[in-house]
Design a protein. Structure first.
Length: 216
């Protein structure tokens, strides 16, 4: 019975991982141009008055639509998906890891009837948020570097070759890839500690799914 239970738990985890990977990959691809636009707008700066004459004197983008228009004009449609590969490599495991860790912690903290106290649900969600940050932080840094390099190339005097993801990884090293991990943990742990319990209670209390409700 113990072996059967372990196999069943492994299959449930694999099922959750697969669902999270597929859903995360599709979602990331659809909204990626918006993510690129957000990164470009956050990264833009007004050049100082002492800047060389060949540089623009104003921020490069007026708004989000103007940003997307300029990316297509200068970098083509492919520019809208610059850095997508690291995002896909990261987002599918990110969603899957969060789902698997949350489910695993919830199952192991639940009582005999499958019920949890709210603080236990929050711990499960926080554990999920922390686990995905440790995996995805390096990929997030590489993605952002790839997203902004097209903009940097426009303001360069000479043509600057685009850097590959592997070049950025080698350039930053292991410590550079985890730069900012503390801030990401401070962001994602509280978010997941709120998100997962809220999601579970919405399913149980409003849609009568899960424990003491109809089965999915």
């Amino acid at each position: 019975p113990t072996q059967t239970s372990a196999v069943g738990e492994a299959l449930r985890s694999a099922y959750s991982f697969a669902l999270g990977a597929v859903a995360g990959g599709i979602g990331a691809t659809v909204v990626y141009p918006i993510d690129l636009m957000k990164t470009r707008l956050q990264n833009q700066r007004t050049p100082p008055a002492s800047a060389p004459s060949h540089l623009p004197t104003q921020k490069p983008y007026k708004n989000g639509i103007d940003c997307l228009r300029q990316v297509v004009r200068h970098e083509g449609l492919r520019g809208l998906y610059s850095g997508l590969l690291p995002q896909l490599v990261g987002v599918a495991p990110e969603k899957a890891i969060k789902l698997c860790v949350n489910d695993f912690v919830r199952r192991n903290m639940a009582d005999d009837r499958g019920r949890l106290a709210f603080w236990q649900e929050a711990v499960a969600g926080a554990s999920a948020g922390a686990s995905q940050v440790l995996f995805t932080n390096p990929l997030e840094i590489v993605k952002i570097r790839l997203q902004v390099q097209g903009e940097a190339a426009k303001s360069a005097v000479a043509q600057v070759p685009k850097q590959s993801a592997m070049y950025i990884v080698r350039q930053l090293g292991i410590f550079g890839l985890y730069r900012g991990v503390g801030a990401c943990l401070l962001r994602d742990i509280p978010f997941s500690a709120i998100y997962f319990p809220t999601y579970a209670h919405l399913k149980k209390d409003f849609f009568m799914e899960g424990v003491e409700g109809k089965k999915l």
